[in-house]
Design a protein around this ligand. Structure first.
Ligand SMILES: Nc1ncnc2c1ncn2[C@@H]1O[C@H](COP(=O)(O)OP(=O)(O)OP(=O)(O)O)[C@@H](O)[C@H]1O
Ligand SMILES: O=P(O)(O)OC[C@@]1(O)O[C@H](CO)[C@@H](O)[C@@H]1O
Length: 321
């Protein structure tokens, strides 16, 4: 198993709320609610640890409400190497309605202190020497320069460590220019990068190919209920998820990324990698929180997840392997 470093620049406490159909402007009586330390890099770390990897979490962590994060890291066996900064980590609200509609209310996060990036870079100098791969996930806290993401990617590249990037907006653009090993945009993020709407598979495919043309080995496009399109050096594959009862799609992209990284590091056949990671993300959407490879229903989901070469023999991509 591998040593993996995940970087979260803007952690969050996720307040997940399951509610009957939301009535805006009314008092809504909710069902299950949960407050849990999160943020993309931390979510990815939790899945990787469940898959047996040794994981160090770093980035910037607001010290004013760090305690629940520290408890989670201890409980999940994650090595805590976060740089503490003054202020509060944001609270992100996730409203999950019947039928699987999720509304995210994501806050801006703490104001980044001037010396924080430098402190993080010097922390990374040591951490990079000890890891096999790096994940950079999520948005940037207030004042964090997008060029800082590029700097982190370059630092990892210089250390010879593959970077898996799951950012958005300007952070994603800057990170891509620095040449990560892999990126995992969802369709909206890919569309933002490409500067064009992606209304069908042909448009998604062509934007993903352009992105890979920037010198990125692996482009993993997550397409919600439409599965995944994966451009790798070995070719292009598409996966489709089995029908599942969706409770919350939050963390599905992080679970997918963790599953992909797990399989690629393990040098498994590409079809196996994508099938496993897609099935794990489908497991994730059936409950609040990250995907669970030990869930009783997971073997069935794995069996039902289809992987196809893209485009397929008949140019529809629908020929199962
Ligand atoms: N409604 C759904 N039904 C089944 N599987 C789903 C559904 N939504 C997402 N998934 C699975 O999870 C993967 C990741 O989902 P998505 O594309 O929504 O990621 P994301 O937007 O990055 O998510 P997040 O940022 O909340 O982690 C999809 O590629 C798919 O395999
Ligand atoms: O605001 P960002 O950093 O883009 O996304 C943050 C976030 O929505 O991503 C995770 C799900 O992927 C959640 O745990 C968290 O609240």
């Amino acid at each position: 198993m591998a040593n993996i470093l995940t970087i979260t620049l803007n952690p969050a406490l996720d307040l997940s709320v399951e509610t009957p159909a939301l009535a805006l402007g009314e008092v809504n009586r909710t069902g299950n609610t949960r407050l849990e330390p999160a943020g993309k890099g931390i979510n990815v770390a939790r899945v990787l640890a469940r898959l047996g990897h040794s994981v160090t979490v770093t980035g910037l962590l607001g010290e004013a409400n760090a305690t629940p994060f520290e408890r989670l890291f201890a409980a999940e066996g994650l090595q805590d190497s976060f740089v503490r900064v003054p202020g509060l980590n944001r609270i992100n609200v996730k409203i999950a309605e019947p039928g699987g509609r999720v509304t995210d209310l994501n806050g801006p996060g703490f104001q980044m202190p001037e010396d924080a990036l430098e402190r993080l870079e010097s922390r990374l100098a040591r951490l990079l020497a000890e890891c096999d791969a790096v994940v950079i996930g999520g948005s940037l806290s207030e004042g964090f320069p997008p060029a800082g993401v590029a700097g982190l990617v370059q630092q990892a590249n210089r250390a010879g460590k593959p970077v898996w990037l799951d950012a958005s907006g300007e952070g994603l653009k800057a990170g891509i220019e620095a040449g990560p090993f892999a990126v995992k945009p969802n369709t909206d993020e890919l569309s933002g990068w490409a500067g064009t709407p992606l209304n069908d598979m042909a448009a998604v495919e062509s934007a993903a190919a352009r992105l890979q043309g920037e010198g990125i080995a692996h482009v993993v496009v997550s397409m919600g209920p439409d599965g995944v399109l994966w451009h790798s050096p070995a070719g292009t594959l598409r996966s489709r998820v089995p029908p599942v009862r969706v409770v919350s799609t939050v963390c599905a992209g992080d679970t997918l990324l963790a599953g992909m990284l797990h399989g690629v590091l393990d040098q498994q056949p590409a079809e196996t990698v994508l099938q496993y990671a897609t099935a794990l993300s489908a497991e994730c959407v059936q409950h609040i929180g990250v995907g669970d490879p030990e869930a009783p229903g997971f073997p069935t989901l794995l069996q039902q997840t289809r992987v196809y070469p893209w485009p397929g023999d008949n140019n529809t991509g629908e020929t199962p392997l």
